[in-house]
Design a protein around this ligand. Structure first.
Ligand SMILES: Cc1cc2nc3c(=O)[nH]c(=O)nc-3n(C[C@H](O)[C@H](O)[C@H](O)COP(=O)(O)OP(=O)(O)OC[C@H]3O[C@@H](n4cnc5c(N)ncnc54)[C@H](O)[C@@H]3O)c2cc1C
Length: 305
């Protein structure tokens, strides 16, 4: 069996990373839920990410990538492996005319504001989506009919096996909240291309989008946003509401009375509470409408069925 503390020591000694053992993950998720990770590692450079992957592979440890944690439900028992945290340590952006190279950990909102300040259009509809650029690319995050795909020029990183990855957007199949080519990639940075526009106009658009989100979404409780993807021909929220589940509670978790597609942590929810509601929704919608809901939220660690 792999000795966790030996691997943690090796990582701290050989790579430009921050390393911890037995670190709680809950504070790093928008749900504020989740047990500890055996090893926490936060590489400080793109190169360090590659080296961390080599060490993980040599020690045959499972790992998952934690961005800003806004689309995750982490088990109460935590994650018995390595958490590769790509956020503050790997963030920053540089513009060159109408293009930007952006590190994966950069907040999407930072890119929104930086681009409009430069008089560059393309990010406005994505304003208000929490999370980082890496997570947004992996999820092909989007809103109001636009996805991050539309402004992406190329994506860079490492394959899970440690090999380098760099691909042009044209060679990547961006689907609805899924990008198969990025499933086994640790994204470290990406290039984006924008159009020119007037900053004042863009600012107004962003304010409108933020106000609309505030009106429609229950933003006063921790959540992961929409738990389910939109099924073809339906809206997940409407199906859940019609199944009579709006406001339904299990433990500290509740289906939002404002937007039934959100499951909220009302204060002391466990991952098990949220998961029980997810299963209840899936079964109810299946039994009532014959529609199989697909999860948008990513589950990390072990959950009892
Ligand atoms: C209130 C609220 C509203 C939301 N509204 C929207 C919305 O309108 N539209 C929308 O699309 N989403 C929405 N979301 C969901 C979420 O914000 C997005 O999916 C976001 O893009 C996830 O980014 P993240 O950095 O938080 O990723 P995380 O949650 O940390 O990770 C999500 C997935 O991406 C992977 N990942 C993260 N970083 C990397 C990386 N560098 N390389 C490879 N894989 C990586 C993770 O392993 C995981 O599989 C919302 C969430 C909340 C809480």
């Amino acid at each position: 069996m792999t000795d966790i503390s030996v691997v943690a020591t090796q990582l701290a000694k050989e790579v430009d990373v921050e390393v911890h053992t037995d670190k709680r993950l809950a504070p790093h998720t928008s749900y504020k839920i989740g047990g500890p990770t055996a090893i926490w590692t936060a590489p400080k450079t793109e190169e360090a990410v590659g080296r961390v992957l080599e060490i993980i592979r040599a020690n045959k440890l499972p790992f998952f990538i934690l961005g800003r944690g806004s689309n995750l439900l982490i088990s109460d028992r935590g994650w018995n492996g390595v958490t590769l945290f790509l956020a503050d340590n790997l963030s920053g952006l540089t513009f060159e005319q109408n293009k930007a190279r952006v590190m994966a950990g950069t907040l999407l909102m930072e890119l929104v504001y930086a681009s409009i300040k430069k008089g560059l259009s393309g990010m406005e509809l994505l304003a208000g989506i929490p999370g980082g650029v890496g997570g947004a690319l992996r999820m092909n995050a989007g809103a109001f009919g636009q996805e991050i795909e539309a402004v992406t020029e190329s994506v860079r990183g490492f394959r899970h096996d440690g090999g380098r990855f760099e691909k042009d957007r044209k060679k990547i199949n961006f689907n609805y909240r899924r990008v198969p080519e990025l499933d086994d990639v640790v994204i470290t940075s990406a290039r984006f291309r924008f159009n020119s526009a007037e900053t004042a106009v863009l600012e107004e658009r962003v304010d409108d989008i933020l106000a609309l989100r505030q009106k429609k979404q229950p933003l006063n409780y921790p959540s992961c946003g929409s738990v389910f993807k939109r099924p073809v021909g339906y809206y997940a929220g409407a199906l859940i509401e019609e199944a009579g589940l709006k406001g339904k509670r299990i433990g500290g978790a509740m289906i939002s009375p404002k937007h039934a597609g959100f499951i909220l942590n009302t204060g002391n929810a466990t991952a098990a509470d949220v998961y029980a509601l997810i299963r209840l929704v899936e079964d109810s919608v299946m039994n009532r409408f014959g529609v199989r809901l697909e999860r948008e939220v990513k589950l990390i660690g072990e959950f009892n069925n």
